[in-house]
Design a protein around this ligand. Structure first.
Ligand code: HEC
Length: 132
């Protein structure tokens, strides 16, 4: 009887511990945040998919992925996201991304001013949230 009780307690204890595991990912970079704050906003996702594919998504160019990997965006820590978003706002504003060749080959990838503004606004909100 005693054995069963401690067995049950052990199982309960493990279940409680397991329930904490998803939260560990969030505190990885030392800045605890609600998990959903690290997720790419749904209204920007299609923009990056339409303008930065294939280079900055899974299967893209190594050098591009090293700088920004949108497939892994939600796994970046908040500080990394803030830094990368700042860089993204800057390369869109100075027109260095998408690269010249991509712009010539398919002018549809050239972002509009409204799109750039939306990205930079989002970037600023990430800077504000992380104090960067
Ligand atoms: C045709 C492929 C291609 C497309 C499309 C493209 N990029 Fe890039 N991007 C690259 C490559 C290659 C690099 C690495 C350049 C290097 O380091 O020399 C890069 C680098 C970057 C960097 C890092 C710049 C730096 O020097 O730190 C940012 C930020 C970036 N891209 C954002 C974007 C965004 C945002 C889009 C979509 C609006 C985009 N890119 C579209 C190929 C692409």
């Amino acid at each position: 009887m005693k054995k069963t009780t401690s067995g049950i307690l052990l199982i309960l204890g493990s279940l409680i511990l397991l329930s904490f595991i998803p939260k560990l990912k969030v505190i990885r970079d030392g800045s605890p945040k609600a998990a959903d704050q690290n997720v790419m906003p749904a209204d920007l996702k299609p923009f990056f998919e339409n303008h930065c594919k294939p280079c900055h998504f899974k299967g893209g160019k190594f050098k591009a992925l090293y700088k920004v990997n949108f497939t892994k965006w939600d796994d970046y820590g908040s500080k990394k996201q803030a830094e990368k978003a700042k860089n993204i706002c800057s390369v869109l504003s100075d027109e260095s991304m998408p690269p010249e060749m991509a712009r010539k080959f398919n002018p549809k990838v050239i972002p509009t001013k409204e799109q750039i503004d939306a990205v930079c606004k989002w970037s600023a909100s990430l800077q504000a949230a992380t104090g960067k």
